[in-house]
Design a protein. Structure first.
Length: 296
């Protein structure tokens, strides 16, 4: 993390149209529209000006635990737009959390270059000090979550700190397998991102981003909920299965859930996944007003 404390440089509440609000309510719940605020921000990270989001409950009379949410994708492909942010982060805020998310360096108008698990891991950790600027944030309680590439970022963040009381990884990259053709789609993405011109350097970068190569560096005190679809063709299911064997050996607390027939986006399992996520965060972070059972 950089020497100067990261700060929020600019913040602007996301305002949607009435029809968009209806879509948010339909997709993520009316309580998201009624009870939460989502803002698009610029913040500082390693002296770079980066884009990100914060979301929080409108009720600021209580302190709410904090969650970092890590997006998937590479570059601007996978960047979270304002509408989606209002839904995803608003839902977490409706569960009783203050949410922080980064677009990673070089994306959505941010400075620098996306490094796909290099120094941009700092962009995740540099969200933590921003909580000091949010009145309702309980800075003693932190969770972290990542999907796909964001799962890789979550694993890498967990090698750098014991701060997080729990983590969730869905369809997360645990092994880049840059020397195989198991996933041609992903291999091509790695080559474009990490650079294929220097073979040795390319493989070294792959190894340094593959938590399966150094799981012993993970926080021993952060329970991880790992969710993966059995028919995921983008991030192979045995990324999570193989890692689970290592976590068992290392006695790192985790729960592995393989969802039968689930693709990379787990669209058919969304309600089930949301319920697991909500319960996991509630178990370890204990928000002041957890949502009633049976809600969306």
């Amino acid at each position: 993390m950089n020497k100067e404390k990261p700060t929020i440089l600019e913040r602007e509440e996301i305002i949607l149209t009435e029809s968009q609000h209806k879509m948010i309510a339909s997709g993520w719940g009316q309580e998201v529209v009624d009870n939460t605020v989502t803002e698009k921000i610029f913040y500082s990270s390693d002296e770079l000006k980066l884009r990100g989001y914060i979301a929080y409950p409108k009720d600021n009379s209580k302190k709410h635990p904090c969650i970092i949410w890590n997006r998937g994708g590479i570059g601007n492909k996978g960047a979270i737009d304002s509408f989606t942010a209002r839904g995803i982060f608003g839902q977490l805020a409706s569960w009783g959390y203050v949410v922080f998310a980064t677009q990673y360096r070089g994306n959505d108008g941010g400075e620098g270059q996306d490094e796909f698990g290099g120094d941009d891991v700092n962009d995740v950790l540099n969200l933590i000090p921003l909580a000091d600027e949010i009145k309702s944030a309980d800075t003693t309680k932190w969770g972290i979550e990542g999907w796909s590439r964001g799962g890789m970022m979550t694993y890498l963040a967990l090698t750098r700190t014991n701060l997080f009381k729990c983590a969730i990884v869905t369809g997360g990259i645990a092994n880049l397998r840059c020397n195989s053709e198991e996933s041609i789609f992903m291999r091509r993405l790695y080559e474009v991102t990490l650079g294929k011109h220097k073979e040795k350097e390319f493989y070294e970068k792959c190894e340094s981003r593959s938590i399966i190569k150094f799981p012993e560096k993970l926080s021993k005190t952060t329970p991880i909920l790992i969710i993966h679809g059995t028919e995921d063709e983008r991030v192979l299911p045995h990324d999570s299965i193989d890692l689970s064997y290592r976590l068992l050996e290392l006695k790192i607390p985790f729960r592995l859930v393989m969802l039968e027939g689930g693709d990379h986006f787990l669209k058919k399992h969304r309600k089930e996944v949301d319920e697991m996520r909500r319960k996991w965060f509630e178990q370890y972070l204990a928000p002041p007003n957890p949502p009633k059972r049976g809600g969306h």
